[in-house]
Design a protein around this ligand. Structure first.
Ligand code: ATP
Length: 246
């Protein structure tokens, strides 16, 4: 096999005199080649992550409605929003070095999904896999494996939900969760926390009702690391949405 220097010399001999080579020596050619390889494998990893989301959900990890949500377009009009924005931003910045989960709790329309999607969009741009899913969707995807037509088992899906870099479960407590739903949430949070993967939860419930609903065991796992509990206790923003925001 030729060394990069030999290959470069050979290319140089073949090159017409008026062509100015992009590389001046074998080392530069090798460095260029390695950089191309790195970019290609990053692109493949990105495609694999997108395919994984598509396979699990039939869509990308963040719903279309929230794809443009960012920290920059979250409007701050009170101290609570300022603090929530700052905490969400810090959470995203420190994600790589942390195992911390988060719970955004509060009234409808206060921006829980917006800030969770802003965290997700920030992480996706940095090559992470992120999935934001409602309890109802989570359960219907898992129950879809019961039909016998599916080539995926409940175990495959539990594995997928447990191995994305960040999983955010939305609408916890919207309906009276069945025992099976609680078992599934418990298993996912358990698997994720034991492999040091954080989980986000969005809910209208307060802490004591979350403990009542999901149990002490799950909520204790949600407290690993510098975990976040943010109360969204201001008025809904929905009345002000015109549809042309972002
Ligand atoms: N502070 C804000 N600045 C800009 N847009 C906001 C803000 N708060 C909420 N929104 C927008 O208002 C809409 C509703 O917010 P969002 O879906 O985040 O609420 P939520 O707290 O998750 O509500 P729910 O509990 O009903 O799911 C979204 O389109 C979101 O982008």
């Amino acid at each position: 096999m030729k060394t990069p220097a030999e290959l470069f010399n050979r290319l140089q001999r073949m090159m017409p005199a008026h062509i100015k080579p992009k590389f001046q020596n074998g080392e530069e050619l090798l460095a260029w080649n390695q950089e191309q390889g790195r970019q290609r494998s990053e692109a493949i990893a990105r495609e694999n992550r997108a395919m994984k989301m598509q396979r699990i959900l039939g869509r990308s990890g963040i719903r279309e409605l929230h794809m443009n949500c960012s920290f920059d377009n979250y409007r701050v009009e009170n101290e609570g929003q300022r603090k929530a924005l700052e905490q969400a931003r810090r959470y995203a910045d420190e994600f790589d070095h942390s195992i911390a989960s988060f719970v955004f709790s509060g009234r409808p329309g206060t921006g829980k999904n917006h800030l969770a999607a802003a965290i997700g969009n920030h992480l996706i741009l940095r090559g992470k896999s992120v999935l934001i899913v409602t309890v109802a969707d989570l359960m219907s995807i898992i129950k879809g494996t019961f039909s016998g037509d599916s080539d995926r088992t409940e175990e495959h899906l539990l594995h997928d939900f447990s191995t994305v870099d960040l999983l955010v479960i939305d609408e916890i407590g919207m309906q009276t969760e069945s025992r099976y739903e609680k078992v599934i949430i418990n298993q996912i949070v358990d698997r994720r926390s034991s492999s040091k993967r954080p989980t986000g939860m969005l809910t209208n419930l307060d802490h004591s009702n979350m403990v009542k609903l999901l149990g002490e065991r799950v909520m204790d796992r949600m407290r690993l690391g510098q975990s976040l509990w943010v109360n969204f206790n201001w008025d809904s923003h929905r009345g002000r949405i015109t549809g042309n925001e972002y």
